[in-house]
Design a protein around this ligand. Structure first.
Ligand code: FHN
Length: 455
């Protein structure tokens, strides 16, 4: 394109679009606590990465494409016109919103974050500003977001949306950066995409599908997305649903995959570590680790590197013991099915949660920096010890100088346990074998604040 051809677009973007509001809405700490309360209580959510990429499932023109499934358009350098051909083939007739919501509920999850639009630009909802939607461009025609929101709400869970800022399909966004959509080539019309497309879509998502728990943005690292746009988007979301929670990827302050933002001008309510659980928590900050069960977010047919259910249960405990949430991903198939290995693992997590969720929901971070036997979560007057390594001699030492008034197994509250002060803390006498091979939870009722001996 000649430089002169860019002028009208640049001038249009300068004249037609107001500056993005740079101020974040004000809120008292008490109001913020109230708004964040359900999120802090929940501790566990389901991430769903689903879109056109589920059809190629990691292969393009007969070749296996490296990297994560939902990045195939970028990684296989697929032109927009070729990738678009996936839309008329997208017909997930086995999609059953009620079943997905039930799977999440039975696993003990409290919220569901669905990709309403991922980086490839395809929308799983009926958007009036786009033809690149499941309702318009696919034979399926059904509004997936609507069906899932209804089912999720029916289960008493919170519906939330992942919406990508980066868009490899839109002519005013990153489509012009082909063959390297993520390559950072700037689009002078990007402000127009934000005002005429991205914000209207966010408004649709927050007005047409009931009360939304979280707007979960991503793809904010592109050069065209500016800090003011992030703050403006944050304020925009809060103006539509004042109680909504918005992740920190709405702004430009995320620090790599560790995912935290700092500073009074950083937009977003919580940090988003990705594929990692921070070694320590972040006292005073809210965060949520998002993790895959295998190595991809979007479905990839040959990714069988599944984490075990015990690893996943311990990941959840680890997050809660550091004061954070776990957002665990499923990547459904092009037919609309959550892969069986994911279903099996979620059922195992659900079984553990059925007996032990009291130690997770609403629990706060451990007072101990480290525990030799496992992890700990806390509630007023109570500690929940998650024992991963059951002591062979039956004596569990808790390194604290705090009086225990009662100790028992969470899975069987009738079984009280003997406690006694020991040289290096408090000793709990345990039954000879671990009631749960993954994590047995012992509740300690305590007097006053826990006083660790080793911090
Ligand atoms: O690029 C995405 C990726 O596809 C996936 O959606 C994850 C989930 O957190 N986030 C991105 C990169 O940070």
């Amino acid at each position: 394109m000649k430089t002169s051809a860019l002028f009208p677009a640049i001038i249009a973007s300068l004249i037609c679009f107001p500056a993005f509001a740079a101020d974040l809405p004000k809120e008292t700490p008490a109001d913020r606590d109230q708004r964040m309360a359900w999120f802090r209580d929940a501790r566990f959510g389901m991430f769903i990465h689903w879109g056109l990429y589920a059809s190629p499932a990691g292969q393009w023109n007969g070749k296996k494409i490296g990297g994560i499934g939902e990045w195939i358009m970028n990684n296989a350098q697929i032109p927009v016109a070729d990738y678009e051909k996936l839309a008329p083939q997208f017909n997930p007739t086995k999609f059953d919103a009620k079943q997905w919501a039930r799977i999440a509920k039975d696993a003990g999850m409290k919220y569901v974050v669905l990709t309403s639009k991922h980086h490839d630009g395809f929308c799983l909802f009926d958007s009036k500003v786009s033809n690149y939607t499941v309702t318009t461009a696919s034979p399926f025609k059904r509004d997936i977001v609507k069906e899932l929101a209804a089912a999720v709400n029916d289960q008493g869970l919170r519906m939330c949306f992942y919406h990508s800022i980066m868009d490899w399909h839109h002519p005013d966004a990153q489509s012009i950066a082909f063959p390297n959509y993520n390559g950072g080539k700037s689009n002078p019309n990007f402000p127009r995409y934000v005002e005429n497309y991205l914000k209207p879509q966010v408004k649709e998502l927050m007005t047409n599908y009931g009360k939304i728990g979280i707007m979960w943005f991503d793809g904010e690292w592109i050069a065209d997305w500016k800090p003011d746009m992030g703050r403006d988007m944050y304020a925009f979301c809060r103006s539509i649903q004042p109680d909504i929670i918005v992740n920190n990827r709405v702004g430009k302050d995320r620090k790599g995959m560790a995912g935290m933002s700092e500073g009074p001008n950083a937009a977003g309510d919580y940090g988003t570590p990705e594929q990692e659980i921070p070694p320590t928590g972040f006292p005073g900050l809210d965060w949520e680790s998002c993790m895959t069960m295998n190595d991809t977010w979007g479905f990839k047919a040959d990714d069988n590197n599944w984490k075990s259910s015990s690893t996943i249960i311990r990941m959840l405990i680890d997050c809660a013991s550091k004061g954070g949430n776990l957002l665990l991903n499923v990547g459904p198939t092009a037919e609309g099915l959550i892969p069986q290995p994911s279903i099996q693992r979620l059922a195992q997590v659900g079984k553990w949660m059925k007996a032990n969720s009291e130690s997770i929901y609403g629990a706060t971070a451990s007072p101990f920096k480290k525990l030799a036997f496992g992890k700990c979560t806390r509630k007023p007057g109570k500690l929940y010890l998650h024992v991963f390594d059951w002591p062979e001699n039956g004596a569990l030492i808790v390194p604290m100088n705090t009086k225990i008034t009662k100790a028992y197994l969470l899975a069987d509250k009738t079984q009280t346990l003997q406690t006694a002060a020991a040289a290096n803390g408090q000793q709990i006498t345990l039954p000879p074998s671990a009631p749960d091979p993954v994590a047995s939870v012992i509740v300690l009722e305590i007097e006053g604040q826990p006083q660790p001996t080793e911090n």
